[in-house]
Design a protein around this ligand. Structure first.
Ligand code: NAD
Length: 293
């Protein structure tokens, strides 16, 4: 079977093109969507992510502020900045890049973000709205991007069995909530590190979502013939043949499973590009909602 390669770069470009039009309309009406990105410390991967987010804003015409704070910033100083951004009318979305240094209590910081500006969808008020299927809330960008990919490729979810491997608040749980919602109507199983017979369970999935963080863990015996596989994993593995000394692989052994599934996201170029596109979409949504008051 030749699987459909789900092209996240293309779908993300389509989302961005849609947003450019929306942003032009908002600007014509005197409103510019604004995003504040807060980074504490010098984690190199976080610096790259923050740089990509700010660049994406510039490309789309979204106003952005980048706050790069030193690693020794205190919890109180960070919370003070969040309150300042909550009160700034130019800013409609706020995100604090994860992970912060260990002395910062990330959950406590998130509680200080105005839920209407919580474009990452991590505030408990937004988690509740997701569970309640209240679409005024904000949903974490990566699972939102996965749903966008399924929709873009016309992949049906109603009545299908979806297995989500991973139960994080960033990917696994919101992904499961989106799939089980009345909009998607899938029957959902969440698997995790203590799940018994993971390969056997995964083999019952029509839609398999891997969000684990273990390079190429999902092998051929995890995949039912004809299943749709979404690989959220981003893992660095050593590769001396690459200039940087490593390459990026997903949680799925792509070569091993590709011949048995009907559609699959590659890594890179699958789920990854969707995350920032959905962050931009959430920022525009936040702007619209704040204008409406
Ligand atoms: P996490 O570490 O918070 O959660 C991992 C989950 O996997 C946990 O719930 C754990 O129970 C489960 N798990 C661990 N070992 C397991 C095993 N052997 N069998 C079954 N389940 C197991 O990770 P996360 O933040 O949810 O991220 C998961 C992966 O997705 C990572 O590779 C991360 O880099 C990637 N990610 C990608 C994007 C993107 O933009 N594409 C965004 C966020 C995360």
């Amino acid at each position: 079977m030749t699987p459909t390669l789900i092209d996240g770069k293309k779908v993300a470009a389509d989302v961005r093109a849609r947003l450019v039009k929306e942003i032009e309309e908002l600007k014509a009406a005197g409103h510019t969507p604004g995003l504040a990105v807060v980074l504490v410390g010098e984690d190199p991967a976080s610096q790259v992510y923050v740089g990509s987010k700010v660049k994406a804003c510039a490309e789309l015409g979204i106003y952005s502020q980048k706050w790069a704070l030193p690693a020794e910033t205190t919890q109180e100083e960070l919370v003070q900045l969040i309150h300042q951004l909550n009160a700034d009318d130019r800013i409609h979305g706020i995100l604090v890049q994860s992970p912060p240094p260990p002395h910062i209590d990330e959950e406590a910081v998130i509680l200080n973000i105005d839920p209407r500006k919580d474009v990452d969808g991590f505030h408990p008020a937004n988690v509740a709205k997701l569970v309640l299927e209240d679409e005024t809330g904000f949903v974490p960008c990566t699972p939102l991007g996965c749903m966008e990919l399924l929709a873009a490729y016309g992949i049906p979810t109603a009545g299908k069995h979806a297995v989500v491997i991973g139960r994080s608040m960033i990917v696994g749980k919101p992904m499961a909530n989106l799939l089980v919602s009345k909009k998607a109507n899938a029957t959902v199983t969440i698997a995790h590190s203590r799940t018994a017979d993971l390969p056997g369970l995964c083999r019952t999935a029509d839609i398999l979502v891997a969000a684990v963080g273990r390079p190429e863990m999902v092998k051929a015996d995890y995949v039912k013939p004809g299943a749709v596989v979404l690989d959220v994993g981003i893992n660095r593995i050593e590769d001396a043949s690459k200039p940087r000394g490593y390459r990026i692989v997903g949680d799925v052994d792509f070569e091993a499973v590709k011949d048995s599934c009907s559609a699959i996201t590659p890594v890179p170029g699958g789920v990854g590009p969707m995350t920032i596109a959905m962050l931009m979409a959430n920022t525009v949504k936040a702007c619209r909602q704040q204008i409406a008051g």
